[in-house]
Ligand binder design. Structure first.
Ligand SMILES: Nc1ncnc2c1ncn2[C@@H]1O[C@H](COP(=O)(O)OP(=O)(O)OP(=O)(O)O)[C@@H](O)[C@H]1O
Length: 257
């Protein structure tokens, strides 16, 4: 197992509040790992530290063996960490392909070069990425008229334009209908497998988590209380207590038990 992301004793305190408290975990190459927990558990704070938006109070984050703790977001992004957000950040006035081309231009550091010709740059590469997410047939549509599920798939293509080794996805299926959720997560799982990248995602929909995550971590009040397979997490007494006051976390069979 090759460790891509190593998190050691990571903490973030806001005054007296321990939003994230001594969290330690790994993400391996080719792993699709979920970070779950009740509202306010510390998931976004954790993500924000991994991506450089927040400086940790203590602890260390390493990417492929290199210490990236407290580095600015751009440096972390340059090292191959991508992120998708709960709210999509596409340019509405551009077409689907142009949005991906802009991301490719930025990845190849040509952002200030020959701007008038930008619409021609990396068009084929953009179409190849859109093919992966099933959006090639919508390449020339304006983003403003896309359905929400299509926007999320476009966002995935934009994140892939940076050729990430690790992708952080913050509630990727929020606001989607169940069928669309399943489609997006299956697509994500296929990308993880085909490109051998790692994905760490937060998610409130337990169907999505238990059906697709290889491993699941549970945060509660800033502390990691479980890190294991779906079966291990489901049978963890502390997790059951947190989620359902002692009931069963998830009854259906899952894909990775
Ligand atoms: N900038 C901040 N200043 C003070 N407190 C904060 C700040 N950001 C987050 N918190 C607090 O830290 C705790 C963890 O919040 P966080 O947003 O990380 O949780 P979460 O697990 O992502 O929740 P949700 O599932 O609702 O998005 C909460 O009590 C929150 O109020």
């Amino acid at each position: 197992m090759t460790v891509v992301l190593k998190v050691e004793n990571l903490s973030k305190h806001f005054g007296g509040l321990r939003a994230v408290n001594g969290v330690t975990f790994d993400v391996a190459r080719g792993e699709l790992k979920a970070l779950i927990g009740p509202n306010g558990a510390g998931k976004s704070t954790c993500f924000n530290m991994l991506m450089g938006q927040l400086k940790p109070s203590a602890g260390r984050v390493s990417l492929n063996g290199e210490d990236i703790t407290g580095k600015p977001p751009r440096d972390i992004w340059r090292r191959g960490v991508g992120r998708t957000f709960q709210i999509t950040g596409t340019y509405q006035s551009m077409t689907v392909a142009e949005n991906v081309q802009m991301a490719l231009i930025s990845h190849h550091r040509k952002i200030f070069a020959i701007r008038p010709f930008a619409h021609k740059l990396y068009r084929d590469e953009a179409l190849a990425l859109l093919e992966i997410v099933g959006m090639a047939d919508q390449a020339d549509r304006a983003c403003a008229i896309l359905a929400y599920g299509d926007l999320k798939r476009l966002e995935l293509a934009i994140a892939l334009a940076n050729n990430p080794t690790l992708l952080l996805m913050d509630e990727p299926t929020a606001g989607m209908a169940p069928k669309e959720r399943e489609r997006l997560m299956q697509l994500t799982a296929d990308i993880v497998r085909d490109r051998n990248i790692s994905v760490l995602f937060t998610e409130h929909d337990m169907d999505v988590v238990f059906a697709h995550a290889h491993h699941i971590m549970v945060l509660n009040r800033g502390e990691l209380i479980a890190d294991g397979t779906a079966a291990e997490v489901r049978n963890n007494a502390q997790v059951q207590e947190v989620y359902l006051g002692g009931g069963t976390l998830y009854a259906k069979e899952d894909a990775h038990a």
